[in-house]
Design a protein around this ligand. Sequence first.
Ligand code: SF4
Length: 396
Amino acid sequence: MARKDRAKLSQDNYRRIEFWKDIKEEQWEDWRWHIKNRITKLDELKSIIQLTQEEEDGIKFSKGRLAMAITPYWASLIDPEKPYCPIRRQCVPLINESHISPNDMLDPCGEDEDSPVPGLVHRYPDRVLLIVTEQCALYCRHCTRRRIVGDKDHSISSENLQKAYDYIKSNKKIRDVLISGGDPLMFEDEVLDGILKNISAITHVEFLRIGTRIPVTLPQRITEDLIKVLKKYNPIWMSIHFNHAKEITKRVKRVCDMLADSGIPLGSQTVLLKGINDRPFIMKKLMHELLKIRVRPYYIYQCDPVRGTSHLRTTISNGINIMEKLRGHTSGYCVPTYVIDGPGGGGKIPVSPNYIVGYSNGTYTLRNYEGKQFIYKEEQEQLQPQHEDEPITTKH
Ligand code: SF4
C-alpha cells in the first residue's frame, strides 16, 4: 500500500487489518468492493478478531436465518479484543439468538397485516412505507425485519413496484412516502433514480423519505453521483440509523456533510439496545455527536420484540430514565422522541417521563427537569368544533 493511502486510512481512524493490507485506496473507496468482500464466514471473522464461544456458536446458528454479513469498513471499527465493543455486538451473532422468549414475535410491527400490495405498508392515513429491497450492507442483530432480510438477496419485482405506484396514485391522501428495506441505497443509482422518479411524479405526494443505515455501515456508497440523483427529487428527507457515538467516524462525518450540503435534511433513528447504548451518558454522547454532523435526533425506539432478540432488549423504565436524563440536561435539539412500536401494528406510541404532577379546575402542577414544581393556569375558553380542514378559532 502506498504511503499516501496508509496516511489517508489512518486519518480516518481505521484499524489497519492484515487481511486487507494490500488493497489500494481506490478499492477501499469503492462500495461494491466492500459488498463483494463482506465477512460472512466464521473463519474469515476469526482471522481478524478473537471470537468468544458464544459468538462462534451464534455465527453457526445464524446460517439460513439472519446470516452474518459485515462490511470491511465496519470490521475495521471493531475492537478485536473486547466482546462488548458496541460495534461488534451489533453485527456478530451470539448464541442467545437461539433463545425464543414467549414475548417474541415474527412480525412485531404487524407490517404484513397492513400491506395492501406486496412491499407496501399503509398504516397511517397520509403516508406509506415502501419496502423496496431485502438487502442491506450489513445485517444488524436487532433487525425488526429479520423475517425478510438477510437470508436471501431479494428486491421488489417490477410488477409489484408498479402495483405500489398504482396504489399510491389511487389514494390521494398519501402525501409522504418512506422508501426503506432492507436498505434502498443498496440499489445502483439508476434503479433508485427510477423509483424516486416514479413516486415523485405522483402529484399528491408532497415529499419523499429514505430510511437507511448505509451512511453508517458503508459510507463509501454516498458518492457524488448518488447525491446528484437524490438532489433531483428535493424535498427528500433521510432518516439514518445510528446507535452509538463510535459509529460517527471522520468518514461518516464526510458523507453527512455531503448530504447536508446538498440540501437533504438528515434525521437519526436509534434503537435502544441492552449493553450497547442503554446508559444515559452513552445516549447523550451519541445525540451530541449527531448534532455536530448536522443530523437531528429523531427517534429512539424501544427494541421491538422480534424473535431471538430478547438479550438485546432493555426495560421501558430504563428508556424513560434515559429521556429524563436528556430533557433539560442538554439542548432541546439533542432530545429525540422515545417511541414503542405497538406490538401487532399499533404504530409508534410516544413514551416519556411524566411532567404533569397534578391537575384541578384548569390548574396544572408541572415539574421541571430539576424536579421543581410550577403552577400553570389555563384560560377557560371553549373551542368551537370545526371541520377538520378549517383552522381552529376560539369562540367570542
Ligand atoms: S440496516 Fe436496517 S433493515 Fe438492514 S439489517 Fe440493519 S436494521 Fe435491519
